[in-house]
Design a protein around this ligand. Structure first.
Ligand code: GLN
Length: 304
């Protein structure tokens, strides 16, 4: 399949649609990214990658990392993990406080901020040197040692962390955070700041299209059952209060980040990453979502 031609055809159509999205501003450093950037990368199950436009340019992956932090915690804790958080879609914004109060500090799922903070707390209990060990894990599963934190973005988010601070304090009051709040938050901001390109994303996530084994370097990262479950959570919770809409229009498990990136998985076929910094009202890439909708429609390749 010649994906490049398909990509440029879709891009040409979408160029005519008004992009009503906005670059995330609540993390001051993210404002410095050029809003017109656009990249796509697809890696098929044989490991062949096709790129389009800014596919090799790095950006802050933000909440996309929540899939990888969940995987590391899940590998260590197994089904015990679900005592600390659920696997239900929240139907609420990624940083909402409301549900967390009446559900007594147990986050609905690992992809909203509260859930990702609990996962960070779990990882602090497991890892000896959390920031180093997490990066080692990323290097190991990707086979790419160039991936790193962006300390400026981590510091920028820390300087404006009012909502995340409220979330973690509420969970602590219910006894669902064990470690020092400042340590959990520092770790969370660092993992969210990790930078990757669309090409790196489509390659690192390919194991989720192949029952947990990376087809490129052949390492098993998680087992088939875990891979099924991670894909299920991505489908139902990967886009917060737009998860239903994403499944309806794109039809693939996926995860977005406020840096404007989206990763989506077609089990047994491919993984695809898109990047366009302007976000829709739900905090998901405006153009990225539209691009994926057109892609799965034109190529007849959703899971449904
Ligand atoms: N670091 C961001 C935050 O906590 C991640 C949110 C996102 O990408 N949706 O707000």
């Amino acid at each position: 399949m010649d994906y490049k031609t398909t990509f440029s055809e879709i891009y040409a159509i979408l160029k005519t649609v008004e992009n009503t999205g906005k670059v995330a501003e609540y993390i001051p450093e993210l404002k410095n990214v050029k809003a017109s950037k656009f990249g796509v990368s697809i890696t098929d199950i044989s490991g062949k990658t096709s790129n389009f436009k800014d596919a090799e340019e790095s950006f802050s992956i933000q909440s996309i990392v929540k899939v990888l932090s969940l995987i590391l915690a899940y590998k260590e804790e197994d089904e015990q993990l679900w005592k600390r958080l659920g696997v239900e879609p929240s139907g609420s914004a990624f940083n909402s406080l409301v549900q967390l109060e009446y559900e007594k500090g147990i986050p609905r799922n690992p992809f909203i901020n509260s859930g990702a903070l609990v996962i960070c707390d779990v990882l602090l209990d497991i890892l000896d040197d959390p920031k180093k060990d997490f990066l080692d894990f990323i290097h190991d599963i990707s086979g790419d040692n160039t991936i790193n934190y962006n300390k400026k973005i981590a510091a920028s988010e820390k300087s404006y962390a009012y909502t995340n601070t409220a979330l973690i304090n509420l969970m602590r009051s219910f006894g669902n955070i064990n470690n020092k709040i400042s340590k959990v938050m520092d770790f969370y901001f660092h993992i969210c700041s990790i930078e990757m390109s669309c090409q790196q994303l489509s390659r690192i996530f390919l194991f989720l299209a192949n029952n947990g084994t990376c087809p490129i370097h052949k390492k098993r990262i998680i087992n088939t059952n875990q891979s099924k479950r991670i894909n299920a959570i991505m489908l139902t919770c990967g886009f917060y209060d737009e998860a239903g809409e994403f499944a309806f229009s794109v039809g693939l498990p996926g995860k977005s980040g406020v840096g404007g990136g989206i990763i989506a998985i077609h089990p047994d076929k491919y993984s695809i990453a898109v990047w366009s910094p302007k976000l829709n009202k739900k905090g998901n890439s405006f153009l990225g979502t539209k691009f994926l909708e057109a892609f799965t429609t034109i190529t007849d390749s959703s899971i449904f």
